[in-house]
Design a protein around this ligand. Structure first.
Ligand SMILES: [Zn+2]
Length: 322
């Protein structure tokens, strides 16, 4: 493989997921999902990114209807919404009927906002294709018949791993920790963007427009502007999701995989080349940052989020981080 690693102009379509964050992940008391969403939406507009697609599950609206204000604020700021299912469970954890039902519950909550977007997009929870070509094919047919296309992720930076550490740094009131982890968030975003870009170039022979993901979290609220500045300094050009979707890397389908991988990583797996990902050492530094006993990053996800989710949808818990 040629080492093409260099800062260079790239096209990216920004997408923001789960600005109403998953149930079971801690949040600082005085920060509401609606406040965070408003702030993220405003920053996007300041960078000329009006019309950014957001994909947020709708599960928390069942018990906390006040979070509908976050979806409304997103749309009012000029951004678009896609369907990301209701419960945010991997396809493999649900029957076909349950998955479709879940999609339709999300539509009941936010279908009117999805309809207002110029194109209707669906994003699989965690971008997981869940291992079965037949099952994914059926989902693709189902969403296609309803006028949707899959909006995959072709660049991410494991930003989920920063959410709990940032919560801890804020809870500790440690400004130095907060600044350090924000800087790490920005540098990791840049590093991983170019790792994905290099993989795309190796696979497709030229740079391809990447569909970039960050979650709508408090740390993103506080770092989105510096991330965009760092991207722009390196010659990044922002494009719309519709524009990025014209490239076969994004509209084509890599073979399914059960692993926790994004769309581009699955192309890499199929081609037998290393997938772009954080080194374990980097990931370890992030998840262990600003420790507080009893608020461990991975146990928060496993015990607070994934195990209750598996139980709720009647699946056996089989999460594999690798
Ligand atoms: Zn999601």
């Amino acid at each position: 493989m040629n080492d093409t690693r260099a800062d260079r102009p790239l096209q990216i379509a920004v997408t923001i997921d789960d600005f109403v964050l998953w149930d079971g992940v801690p949040a600082v008391d005085d920060v509401s999902p609606t406040d965070t969403t408003r702030s993220v939406a405003k920053t996007l507009n300041e960078y000329g990114l009006t019309g950014t697609y957001g994909f947020s599950h709708t599960y928390r609206l069942d018990n906390e209807p006040e979070h509908m204000a976050a979806f409304d604020a997103w749309a009012e700021a000029g951004h678009h919404l896609g369907n990301h299912t209701h419960q945010h469970a991997p396809l493999r954890w649900m029957s076909d009927d349950a998955f479709r039902n879940d999609f339709e519950i999300a539509e009941k909550y936010i279908g009117h906002l999805i309809e207002a977007a110029p194109s209707k997009y669906f994003r699989y929870p965690m971008d997981m294709s869940s291992g079965s070509e037949r099952r994914r094919g059926e989902v693709e047919e189902y969403i296609g018949a309803r006028g949707y296309r899959n909006a995959p992720i072709t660049s991410w930076f494991s930003d989920f791993a920063f959410i709990v550490p940032y919560f801890r740094a804020v809870t500790l009131g440690d400004k130095e920790f907060q600044a350090q982890i924000r800087n790490l968030h920005v540098s990791t975003a840049v590093d991983m963007l170019y790792r994905h870009a290099d993989t795309a170039r190796t696979l497709f022979g030229a740079d391809a427009p990447l569909i970039w993901l960050v979650h709508g979290t408090p740390i993103s609220r506080d770092t989105l502007a510096p991330i965009f500045e760092a991207f722009l300094e390196r010659g990044v050009e922002f494009v719309t999701l519709d524009e990025a979707m014209k490239h076969p890397m994004n509209f084509g389908m890599p073979p399914c995989a059960e692993s926790f991988t994004n769309h581009l990583q699955r192309f890499a797996l199929a081609a037998g080349i290393p997938k772009p990902e954080l080194d374990l050492e980097q990931l370890g530094e992030i998840i262990n940052f600003a420790p507080i006993p009893g608020i461990d990053t991975m146990s928060t996800y496993e015990e607070g989020l994934f195990k209750p989710l598996a139980k709720r949808v009647g699946a056996e818990y089989d999460w594999d981080w690798s």
